[in-house]
Design a protein around this ligand. Structure first.
Ligand code: GRF
Length: 197
């Protein structure tokens, strides 16, 4: 069976990418290979991790796409992003802390093949600071979700979910740290299933 080509899009720390890369290396996702990582921030931790692992990286910063009015030329950015994605010929596009919304063309072109991980039990607590949102809502249980990406933020078919008890002593930091470990396991489990391993 031909290994499925995973392409990552990340903007930050890169812990999900790192955990998945380790799992791929250890053949825990036996039918997958990582073909590249694209970031919109060249100083992102994810980029350094990818370089250390010998994973090809590509950086596309918003600041390089300014229109004549000085504003971000989103259309030009998206066209270049789409071409860059195509150049990696991915089977799956894995968003892992990618902080920009993908444009309509890319979402349509790769429909059903773009995954995202979100630190809540979707459809609850979409958007930023989902861990804090769960704490502030007084939830007793939260979790994380791997889902297919659609045009709407944190929507799309749920692929894998895992839940976690919120402790009365939890702070945003302690809860986020426990959730992050769960995110890594959950994303790996989703990929094992989706790549047919
Ligand atoms: C994770 O909490 C993920 O759920 C969210 O962004 C964060 C990325 O963390 N979408 P990392 O860069 O993978 O460490």
């Amino acid at each position: 069976m031909k290994p499925q080509r995973l392409l990552f899009l990340a903007s930050g720390r890169g812990s999900n990418f790192q955990a998945i890369a380790r799992a791929v290396k250890e053949k825990r996702i036996p039918h997958a290979q990582i073909v590249g990582l694209i970031s919109n921030r060249k100083e992102a931790g994810a980029v350094s991790i990818a370089k250390e692992l010998g994973v090809p990286t590509h950086t596309l910063e918003k600041s390089a796409f300014r229109g004549s009015d000085g504003k971000w030329d989103r259309a030009a950015f998206e066209i270049t992003l789409e071409k860059t994605i195509e150049s990696y010929q991915p089977d799956w596009i894995c968003l892992a802390g990618y902080m920009l919304l993908l444009g309509e063309r890319i979402v349509e072109r790769w429909e059903g093949k773009i995954l995202n991980i979100h630190p809540s039990l979707l459809p609850k607590f979409k958007g930023l600071h989902a861990q804090k949102q769960a704490l502030e809502a007084g939830e007793r249980v939260t979790g994380c979700t791997v889902h297919l990406v659609t045009q709407e933020m944190d929507e799309g078919q749920i692929v894998e979910q895992a839940s976690l008890e919120i402790l009365s002593s939890d702070t945003d930091e302690s809860l986020s740290a426990r959730l992050l470990t769960l995110e890594h396991e959950t994303y790996i489990r989703a990929l094992i299933r989706l790549t047919g391993s």
